[in-house]
Design a protein around this ligand. Structure first.
Ligand code: HEC
Ligand code: HEC
Length: 180
């Protein structure tokens, strides 16, 4: 799932107001990931591939997200930015994990990159809800990857160099590239 698929179909249905959009996001978010069956009393929970605890400090993403749903979004952000979890999340040197590396304090807000990511997400929602979704038949929402393309800092766009206006030296005019 791409990050925007969480929000973009909603954007289409929520042109009237951002408030409706926010509510819709909350309503929709749990559907983006298959939900585990509710545990029956007395039965042990199904063996989860990975237990992601429910988030406690969400300020821009829907607070209803489960740990697994949030983890999926985090994987997408990391991939879109070519970043790692510790790009935005602070390491805890007093808590060394089995791999010998410090565990990350995910709920901690001290890294500036985390604050930037929150602003970026807010920007993204506004771009999609207020502008992109109003383009007729638009099916291509803006995502983190639209700008970042696998880099933490978006690379400057450099227009391809044109060969000048005439045919290149020594090239017959018939095969010269058309310059528009
Ligand atoms: C580009 C920055 C960025 C990257 C990379 C990133 N995160 Fe996050 N993460 C955030 C932000 C921002 C939030 C808070 C979102 C909010 O406030 O709604 C967050 C929240 C979380 C939370 C919830 C913490 C809590 O209890 O509130 C977890 C868990 C988490 N991230 C795990 C990860 C993992 C695992 C990775 C690597 C796969 C990762 N993150 C990569 C920015 C990032
Ligand atoms: C409209 C284009 C655009 C989109 C969409 C976008 N970004 Fe950015 N982002 C930028 C630009 C440009 C910068 C660099 C700003 C600067 O350094 O001057 C940046 C910088 C950042 C940084 C800081 C990088 C650093 O070097 O500290 C983070 C983190 C980040 N973006 C996260 C995100 C996340 C997460 C998303 C998706 C939720 C996102 N961005 C979507 C354009 C975008």
């Amino acid at each position: 799932m791409k990050p925007a698929s969480l929000s973009f179909p909603l954007a289409v249905t929520a042109l009237l107001s951002v408030a409706i959009f926010a509510v819709a996001t909350l309503a929709q978010a749990p559907q983006t990931v298959p939900q585990p069956a509710p545990p029956t009393a007395g039965t042990p929970p199904p063996p989860a591939h990975h237990m992601h605890p429910a988030p406690t400090n969400l300020k821009v993403l829907p607070k209803e997200l489960t740990g697994d749903q949030l983890d999926e979004i985090m994987d997408q952000w990391s991939a879109a930015l070519g970043a790692h979890c510790n790009t935005c999340h602070t390491a805890d040197p007093t808590n060394i994990g089995p791999n010998g590396k410090p565990r990350l304090k995910y709920a901690d807000d001290s890294k500036p990159e985390k604050a930037t990511a929150r602003q970026m997400y807010t920007m993204l929602e506004e771009i999609n809800v207020k502008y992109v979704s109003k383009i007729d038949s638009s099916g291509a929402p803006v995502t983190c990857g639209t700008c970042h393309r696998g880099h933490l800092g978006p690379e400057p766009f450099v227009a391809p160099v044109k060969e000048g206006h005439g045919p290149p030296q020594g090239t017959p005019a018939t095969t010269a590239p058309t310059v528009k």
